[in-house]
Design a protein around this ligand. Structure first.
Ligand code: HEC
Length: 194
């Protein structure tokens, strides 16, 4: 018998099975890597962003009808202590708002006075005042400031047009955080009433 014959049975067999060197296919590993990078990257990209859990909808704030800003209430809360509920002021100390040419002419003027404040001499209705009118720019929104000014321009015997919030916003954009005005400074930037 030749040696060839003795190996025939062996050659007929399949090779011994062995465990694969790469049980997970290369493509799957690559895909897991891509997903990991995407996930980590997504969080890294959103660092500092508000945690909305992926919900980027914005809530619509709906004001119930009639709950808007109320000029009369704002006047009572913020102005009446000095200018009096009657708008007549206190002679020699707080100037009147009734019939005041500073209030009733060009609307940009009272916006400047109430938003930024006013100090120093001012003549109202023939009488000189030497006081300090506080600034309301930080206390009242543009809507509130427009509402309270619209109220005083139309209350009592006053009969001037309402003031739009847009005009207040315009003033704020233009003058930023302005110091209290003096009548002199107002004259440089605004048309003063006769
Ligand atoms: C702490 C007292 C005080 C409060 C509060 C106050 N004012 Fe005045 N206001 C004054 C004084 C004082 C002057 C005069 C300033 C000056 O002498 O330069 C003045 C002046 C004015 C003027 C220009 C002069 C005039 O009589 O027309 C207007 C307009 C005005 N105030 C509106 C308002 C409005 C509107 C509010 C409320 C949002 C308000 N003031 C709150 C004290 C006050």
């Amino acid at each position: 018998m030749s040696s060839r014959d003795t190996q025939r049975a062996q050659r007929r067999e399949n090779p011994e099975p062995s465990e694969g060197q790469r049980p997970v296919p290369r493509l799957v590993v690559l895909w897991i890597g891509v997903l990991l990078l995407w996930g980590v990257g997504y969080y890294a990209w959103n660092i500092g962003a508000p945690l909305t859990g992926g919900d980027s909808r914005t809530a619509v704030v709906q004001e119930p009808a009639g709950s808007g800003v109320n000029g009369e209430k704002l006047f009572t809360a913020h102005c009446a202590a000095c200018h009096q509920p009657t708008g007549q002021g206190v002679a020699g100390t707080f100037p009147p708002l009734v019939g005041s040419r500073w209030l009733l002419n060009d609307p940009t003027l009272p916006i400047a006075i109430v938003n930024d404040g006013l100090s120093g001499p001012i003549t109202v209705d023939g009488e000189e005042y030497q006081g300090n009118m506080p600034a309301f720019g930080d206390k009242l929104s543009a809507e509130e400031l427009a509402a309270v000014l619209s109220y005083v321009r139309g209350a009592w015997d006053n009969d001037a047009a309402a003031i739009e919030p847009a005009l207040v916003k315009e003033h704020r954009e233009r003058y930023g955080h302005h110091d209290a005005w003096s009548v002199e400074a107002l004259g440089d930037s605004f048309t003063l009433p006769e």
